[in-house]
Design a protein around this ligand. Structure first.
Ligand code: SAH
Ligand code: SF4
Ligand code: F3S
Length: 438
């Protein structure tokens, strides 16, 4: 245990974009207190912002703690934050004695006080789920990269039978409309051109008579903001207003991450997804009716308890039928405390592996076809980071494809119009035509 107040810090994120957002806010908080960001190897304080969604994700934290040990046997001050912290709590410091602080995803604004406690020689655990306190306690946003995240909603009330999120992030809770508009404006003033609204169920966001669709329409009026996205959404919360926004709000990008998880009604029921294969496909159809070029993304789980070959074939066929341009797919991982973990008929690991490979091959095939169809098209790209070649920058198309642009004189944060000249499975190349915004 350290007994000096840390002067440098390093935040390492795992898991979803909500953690990326939280990690940024932690960094802003520490910088605002005069601490400096540094490499993991040199930092006096390392925060591991963890994910509990699958077993592999959760185990990563323990191997990382081992790697933090320095040559002389000492360790930096270590804080475990995020969803493993919430799920395992004090167990973490019993299993890994190097850990000084365990702080849940809703309590990290209290880290400065917790650090002081560690300096006094106490260890510190805070797993409160106090709702929105952290947003009021954190410093205001100042600087932002061109593509910013904005958490609008936290938690989940859906209780899918495989999932830990309702336990690690608590009940669904929405930030106020006014707070979000303020934060969005601060992000745009700080350099953001694109804002991705985040939530475990982002489209469950609501405030008085606003739904996510009306929040998007309000953001649309912010000058200097060029692009709006949102993720991750649940099929049951796709309101009419949100679907309509896809056809009416030009700044809302044609990309929809709408997980279905399985194509089999029997499995969807066992998962407690509360939508069916057909109701899902109807939603996709309605979005396509107003925004025909929308790129559909999603999440899939293979090897859920009881999944037969026929159920799995239904998953392959829904990928084709829905026309996914992209998707994430996972092998089912039994999570302690979830109903599915104790269901009969758990699927053998080798069978799930083989299904995952087949599903991923299909998704890759569709992704490549989607990318190839953009060749020759003109499109806008928001440049976000330097590429490997001299004068090369990498950005995103409206459909969230990664686009490499070779054009000396351009800067990160520029929006350019390009013609797509090459397309691969993972990225595209664009030839610069003109600058749209700087
Ligand atoms: N709130 C989002 C996603 C949360 S977690 C939603 O409902 O869509 C991200 C993805 O991880 C899930 O969509 C699911 O596909 C996957 N996932 C969640 N629990 C899992 C588990 N126990 N095993 C494997 N994958 C899981
Ligand atoms: Fe997990 Fe289901 Fe909630 Fe998504 S909707 S976070 S998968 S419980
Ligand atoms: Fe992981 Fe927690 Fe996000 S479990 S996926 S970090 S909400």
């Amino acid at each position: 245990m350290s007994n000096e107040s840390p002067k440098t810090f390093h935040v390492k994120n795992y898991g979803c974009q909500m953690n990326v957002y939280d990690g940024e806010r932690m960094a802003e908080m520490f910088s605002g207190r005069g601490m400096e960001a540094s490499d993991k190897e040199d930092a006096d304080l390392v925060i591991l912002n963890t994910c509990h969604i699958r077993e592999k994700a959760a185990e990563k934290v323990y191997s990382e703690i081992g790697r933090l040990r320095r040559r002389d046997g000492s360790s930096p001050m270590i804080a475990v934050a995020g969803c493993v912290a919430q799920a395992e709590g004090g167990e973490i410091s019993r299993r890994a004695r190097e850990v000084d602080i365990v702080v849940g995803p809703q309590a990290y604004h209290k880290l400065p006080d917790m650090i002081d406690a560690v300096v006094r020689g106490e260890s510190s655990v805070d797993l409160d789920l106090p709702g929105l306190d952290k947003f009021d306690a954190l410093p205001k946003r100042r600087k932002s990269g061109p593509a910013a995240f904005l958490t609008v909603q936290e938690g989940c009330d859906k209780f899918c039978t495989y999932c830990v999120v309702p336990y690690t992030r608590g009940a669904e809770i929405s930030r106020s409309f006014a707070d979000l508009i303020d934060e969005a404006k601060a992000l745009v003033d700080g350099g953001a051109k694109e804002i991705t609204l985040l939530g475990q169920n982002v489209n469950a966001w609501t405030d008085a008579d606003h739904d996510l669709g009306s929040l998007i329409r309000a953001l649309d009026r912010i000058e200097g903001l060029h692009r709006i996205r949102y993720m991750t959404s649940h099929p049951n919360d796709m309101t009419d207003g949100l679907i309509a926004a896809h056809g009416e709000v030009e700044k809302l990008m044609p990309y929809l991450h709408l997980p279905v998880q399985s194509g089999s009604d029997r499995i969807l029921k066992a998962m407690n997804r509360s939508h069916s294969r057909d109701s899902y496909l109807r939603i996709v159809e309605r979005v396509r009716a107003v925004r025909p070029d929308v790129a559909l993304s999603g999440d899939f789980i293979v090897g859920f308890p009881g999944e037969s070959d026929a159920d799995f074939e239904d998953t392959l066929s829904i990928v084709r039928e829905a026309g996914n341009a992209q998707a994430y797919s996972f092998k089912y991982s039994p999570r302690p405390g979830t109903p599915a973990a104790t269901m009969d008929d758990q699927i053998a690991s080798e069978i799930a592996d083989e299904r995952l490979q087949r599903l991923q091959a299909l998704i890759n095939e569709q992704q490549l076809a989607f990318n190839q169809a953009t060749r020759g098209k003109r499109t806008s790209v928001l440049l976000e980071k330097p590429g490997k070649l001299n004068g090369q920058l990498i950005g995103r198309s409206p459909w969230l494809q990664s686009v490499h642009v070779l054009a000396p004189g351009l800067a990160i944060g520029d929006i350019v119009e390009v013609e797509i000249t090459e397309s691969g499975p993972l990225s595209l190349k664009g030839e610069m035509l003109m600058k749209v915004a700087a």
